[in-house]
Design a protein around this ligand. Structure first.
Ligand SMILES: Cc1cc2nc3c(=O)[nH]c(=O)nc-3n(C[C@H](O)[C@H](O)[C@H](O)COP(=O)(O)O)c2cc1C
Length: 171
């Protein structure tokens, strides 16, 4: 091994997962953000965490309303994933612009994204400041899976794609 810059070494992390988080404003307008930095953090109670940059509109929404839907996008949602990771909800209504459809959640105000591979309703239970991002830890209140067999989208650095012939259910 040779010593490198942190930036160069981090380029070797791909493929990285990509998720969509739906947050909501105090007046009930939902917004979608594309995230790479998300993970499960606890089995009992079921919990997850997402890391959001301070300037993001979603950062403000999470501080304001404290709930998010975490959705695993499918390969069919590639263009929407790029859109939601490029434009801010301060300037655009991302549901309208991408054509992604909303499904009402059961326990939280932000809606789920229709045709996700899987989705989780989450309530923020704590935050951790980590440099220029905040980690929002959320308790998972309930979860959903697609009844269709659709492939999850991944970020390969230079492009987004599914992983060929990967079947986590062994079916
Ligand atoms: C593939 C990808 C992964 C991203 N991951 C993150 C992330 O983990 N955390 C973050 O704060 N922003 C991330 N971003 C950037 C935000 O999605 C982007 O700044 C977005 O426009 C913010 O939207 P908002 O202002 O409506 O919240 C990512 C963008 C892309 C394309």
């Amino acid at each position: 091994m040779i010593e490198s810059t942190i930036e160069e070494a981090l380029k070797r992390k791909y493929p990285e997962q990509v998720v969509l988080a739906v947050c909501i404003s105090r007046d009930g307008i939902p917004n979608i953000i594309t995230l790479g930095w998300a993970m499960s953090t606890s089995i009992q109670p079921p919990m997850c965490a997402i890391s959001i940059g301070h300037p993001r509109y979603s950062h403000k929404l999470l501080l304001d309303t404290g709930e998010f839907a975490l959705c695993f996008p499918s390969v069919e949602q590639k263009d929407a994933v790029i859109y939601c990771g490029t434009y801010s909800g301060r300037d655009y209504n991302k549901f309208k612009e991408t054509g992604l459809l909303q499904i009402p959640s059961k326990y939280i105000k932000p809606p789920l994204i229709a045709d996700s591979v899987a989705a989780f309703e989450c309530r923020v239970s704590g935050t951790l400041e980590t440099g220029d991002h905040t980690i929002f830890a959320g308790e998972i209140l309930t979860a959903y899976i697609s009844e269709r067999k659709i492939k999850r989208l991944y970020n390969f650095g230079e492009f987004f794609s599914g992983i060929p012939d990967f079947n986590p259910d062994n079916k």
